[in-house]
Ligand binder design. Structure first.
Ligand SMILES: [Zn+2]
Length: 597
């Protein structure tokens, strides 16, 4: 297609729709391709099941290449269906296609599951020999990471029993939790008459400009949670007890072990990081005192924490594109070219419209295809940062795809948000250099500072809360609502100090947080990614252009090595106890800019 955009884009990115035809021609073709993928998955199972014990390295390489190729095919058609649905969730054809894809994906993973299981079951020595063979070098890291849980895996009948009991033993408590928290409704009047408010709707008012609304929403939330607190505590207590019991059976010494293994991070590194974060709580308190002054208050109350300061000016889509092009281009023409490709090839869907899902994401699609970005652009300064964020993911996917196989293309949770956050910093610095409107500057800096705090400090508070809860449960204490409230209060009081007044109802702040229930210690990965990004940015500001080449190498490496090995060449050594101070210095720089206004 040779359309050129000479005419300016209308308000709210009018007409900026993606073109999915490069992925799959239409829904019928997608169904045919899915059937083909399933056929290949079944053939793969037929061919390789029971062979891993004696497979030759060259045959293993052939098998991995076929797995990667099936993965690419299924990821591409699956993404196509998912992307189609995300811009028109009401279309029956789209929903039917998604359902067919979901079913197909389950079938394909059932057919292919044997491969990972057989690989995990190989004796260490045999697996080590195979993984070291030059024929499989491109997938070595993938093969090695598949085996990290092998030493903690029980016998097959034991594992089967655990798996069969999981729906009633673990998942049932998670379901009860999400039922309570997703259906809870509290009457509240935000100025438009009393209406039923869900938890999410109440929480959205923390950014309301009216102080009375912010306060009322928080108090209504605590009032609504109170009658459920004992049940929510019981869900958590049971899950923690269950996880500790299974940890014991598997031979894990620390309740964080499995999370560290999944994130490929050393527990000592994570603990040093959290100690460093706690040692810098004073930086947050300093900002909260400054913010009280800006708002003309003696001291902040909890509901003033995210009160907006300043307001950003309007930015249309063409200006946003241009801002991103310039800010990325100053770093490296390669990344501005990649971002430009998204627009030129119609791989961005930015216009908000009826039937389109909310929020934003960058879909990686497949290693042998190109990524797509969805967002809802409303001409706000915030939207520029969102676009930069998603294009940051996009550059990671494009560069990683150029060098990695389908099996090593994705990085783990610990580093996945680094390129997106880094891209936001590039855009932020450029915006701050050329923005003259004082209210916009103030809004931009406050969002940056408070966004960093919400990630680095608050997520550490959550992880520390969990650590304490697991320790108490391991000592035989039931996690009652009262005890959880005490731990929560204690960890939060350490963070806020005397810079923010906490209301009594905040003792229930732990009760609705889904991470505690679904994935323990999930939140520290956010802290890690954010601090690593700030450290990388500090290195970039030290080294300039010379840093950019190494950074592009890092992006191209995708998930082909552990985080520590990927970061070391960039001057971020996770074993260096001082490594985190780079990130805090960057945060302090942001606070200074925000204080200056
Ligand atoms: Zn992201």
């Amino acid at each position: 297609m040779t359309t050129t955009h000479t005419a300016p884009t209308g308000p709210n990115a009018e007409g900026v729709h993606w073109d999915l035809s490069s992925l799959v021609a239409d829904a019928d073709t997608a169904r045919t391709e899915l059937a083909d993928g399933l056929e290949r998955a079944r053939a793969f199972q037929e061919r390789y099941r029971g062979t891993l014990e004696s497979i030759a390295p060259a045959d293993l390489a052939t098998a991995l290449a076929e797995l990667a190729s099936i993965d690419n095919l299924l990821s591409r058609v699956g993404s196509y269906a998912h992307l189609r649905e995300s811009v028109d969730v009401t279309s029956e054809e789209n929903r039917d296609l998604s359902t067919a894809m979901d079913q197909g994906m389950v079938e394909a993973s059932n057919a292919l599951r044997f491969f990972d299981l057989e690989w995990m079951a190989l004796p260490d020595e045999r697996a080590g020999e195979l993984a070291a063979a030059p024929e499989v070098a491109a997938d070595r890291h993938h093969l090695e990471t598949l085996r990290v849980f092998a030493p903690y895996t029980l016998s097959e009948p034991e594992e089967r029993m655990l798996a069969e009991r999981e729906p009633a033993a673990g998942s049932a408590w998670q379901t009860l939790f999400s039922r309570i928290t997703s259906t809870l409704e509290v009457p509240f009047d935000a100025g438009e008459g009393t209406q039923a408010h869900t938890i999410d709707r109440l929480l959205a008012h923390v950014r309301n400009t009216d102080r009375a609304v912010r306060k009322g929403a928080m108090l209504a939330l605590y009032g609504g949670l109170e009658p459920q607190a004992d049940t929510l505590a019981h869900c958590y207590d049971t899950l923690v007890g269950d996880r500790l019991a299974i940890d014991r059976l598997r031979g894990h010494g620390d309740p964080m072990d499995r999370t560290h293994l999944r994130n490929e991070l050393d527990g000592a590194v994570v603990n040093r990081m959290m100690d460093a974060v706690e040692a810098h709580y004073g930086l947050a308190q300093r900002w909260f005192r400054a913010k009280a002054g800006i708002l003309g208050l003696e001291r902040l109350e909890l509901w003033d924490q995210y009160a907006p300061i300043g307001s950003g000016r309007k930015v249309d889509f063409d200006e946003a594109r241009n801002l991103i092009d310039v800010s990325f281009g100053r770093f490296s023409s390669r990344i501005s070219d990649i971002a430009g490709g998204f627009f030129a090839e119609h791989r961005v869907d930015a216009e908000p419209r009826s039937g389109k899902r909310g929020g934003a994401f960058c879909a990686s699609v497949a290693q042998d295809a190109s990524p797509f970005v969805l967002m809802n652009f409303t001409d706000k300064m915030d939207d520029v940062m969102t676009l930069a964020h998603e294009l940051g993911h996009g550059m990671h996917f494009v560069l990683s795809a150029s060098r990695q196989t389908a099996l090593t293309f994705h990085t783990g949770l610990a580093l996945a948000e680094v390129p997106s956050t880094f891209a936001e910093l590039l855009a932020f610095d450029h915006l701050m250099e050329q923005e003259t409107d004082p209210a916009t500057r103030r809004a931009l800096t406050c969002e940056r500072v408070e966004g960093s705090f919400a990630t680095v400090f608050r997520q550490t508070v959550l992880a520390r809360y969990e650590q304490r809860a697991y320790a108490m449960r391991a000592e035989g204490q039931t996690l009652t609502s009262q005890r959880l409230g005490d731990i929560w209060w204690d960890r939060n009081a350490a963070y806020y100090g005397d810079s923010i007044d906490l209301p009594e109802g905040y003792r229930l702040g732990w009760s609705y947080i889904p991470h505690f229930i679904s994935t323990r210690f999930y939140t520290y990965a956010y802290v890690f990614a954010h601090l690593v990004t700030l450290a990388l940015y500090a290195r970039y500001r030290e080294r300039g252009a010379e840093f950019a080449d190494g950074y592009l190498e890092f992006l191209s490496a995708g998930g082909s090595a552990a985080p520590a090995d990927l970061l070391r060449p960039l001057g971020v050594d996770l074993d260096d106890p001082e490594v985190w101070s780079l990130g805090f210095a960057e945060m302090e720089r942001m606070v200074e800019i925000a204080e200056a206004g």
